[in-house]
Design a protein around this ligand. Structure first.
Ligand code: PHE
Length: 340
């Protein structure tokens, strides 16, 4: 028995010096001190030993048990402290280190820059800024705007439908409808925001930004529209910018038109940017169709209005010479840093 005790004592000392994890330490504890452990078995074996020897052997076994227990405890403690220190070392942060580049702070995205400039141009003329919702009802995006379910104009805007009645708005004109329903004239608002169409190439993105403008008051006419858009073009594209209106079609304006600005790169001579024409198309506009006014509870005999829709990406691309709309959404830092 005494021999066995010595054997176990040596074995424990050897094994414990080799452990590499707390789990292994736990295994050792089970192996020697557990319910079926080796030292526990020795104690159980005491009953087979003669009565004279039992007290002294029992004392040895108890000493062994105590020794092993203390050894395991002290290793456990050392192990935990060691691991803690290791972790702290690994996670050490030198708060006195200086930044690689103290000026490395972010800057506004070119689209935000363009949007802010557009907003400035119109708030300077007394417009206020409104935002609508991106998940919109067919009713506001199409029906109130004189585009019923079977209207061919729906083809012009490849729509992401969520249900039959709910869609991702295809145009900020939806905010026009909501505004006319909730405000009384005089109305003078711009509504910048995201719009969605199933379209994807160098000049179209499935998500892009528009800015709608709406004016409703007594005696609003095409001259007011032209004056307002001229003012915007000069403010955004440069003081010597000329504009021209071309007839177009939108169901919610009558008459409808598109506005071109004189090419600010070649000043009208013809270049790559304006495809040799000297003009660049920038927006759609028109006199609000009386049907739309009446749809939205505004008496078309008393009031008239004009509306326009500007593509913000298009403005940013023109102004900053960006050849592909997708660059705007890739967020390549080499591109973005140019607009600091
Ligand atoms: N909503 C039109 C479009 O997305 C633009 C527009 C707005 C035209 C307001 C006229 C008046 O194409």
């Amino acid at each position: 028995m005494i021999e066995k005790i010595k054997e176990i004592s040596d074995a424990v000392s050897e094994k414990i010096s080799q452990i590499t994890s707390l789990n292994e330490l736990g295994d050792l504890r089970v192996r020697y001190l557990g319910k079926n452990g080796e030292i526990t078995a020795l104690l159980k074996g005491l009953k087979n030993i003669s009565a004279e020897e039992r007290p002294s052997v029992g004392k040895h076994i108890n000493e062994l048990r105590q020794k092993v227990d203390e050894l395991l405890n002290s290793y456990e403690e050392r192990f935990i402290t060691f691991q803690k220190e290791k972790k702290m070392k690994e996670e050490e942060i030198d708060v006195t280190l200086s930044l690689p580049d103290k000026n490395a702070c972010g800057s506004l995205h070119p689209l935000t820059l363009a949007k802010n400039e557009l907003i400035n141009a119109f708030t300077g003329m007394g417009f206020s800024v409104l935002e609508g919702v991106e998940v919109e009802e067919d009713y506001y995006n199409f029906q109130l705007l004189n585009i019923p379910a079977d209207h061919p104009a729906r083809d012009m805007q490849d729509t992401f439908y969520i249900t039959n009645k709910i869609l991702l708005r295809t145009q900020t004109s939806a905010v026009q409808a909501r505004t006319m329903l909730s405000q009384k004239p005089p109305i003078r608002v711009i509504c910048p925001g995201k719009v969605y169409r199933a379209d994807d190439d160098a000049t179209h993105s499935p998500m892009f930004h528009q800015m709608e403008g709406l004016v409703v008051d007594k005696n609003v006419n095409i001259c007011d529209l032209k004056g307002c858009l001229d003012e915007f073009a000069r403010s955004f594209f440069g003081a010597d910018t000329r504009t021209r209106l071309r007839p177009s079609y939108f169901p919610f304006t009558e008459p409808s038109m598109e506005m071109d600005v004189s090419c600010f790169m070649c000043h009208g001579k013809g270049c790559r940017l304006c495809k040799g024409t000297g003009w660049i198309e920038v927006l759609g506009a028109g006199i609000v169709n009386p049907v739309v006014l009446d749809n939205c509870g505004i008496d078309s005999k008393e009031y008239s209005g004009f509306a326009f829709g500007i593509g913000i990406e298009r403005c940013a691309m023109l102004k900053y010479g960006i050849p592909d709309i997708r660059i705007l959404f890739e967020n390549d830092l080499r591109f973005l840093r140019q607009y600091k």
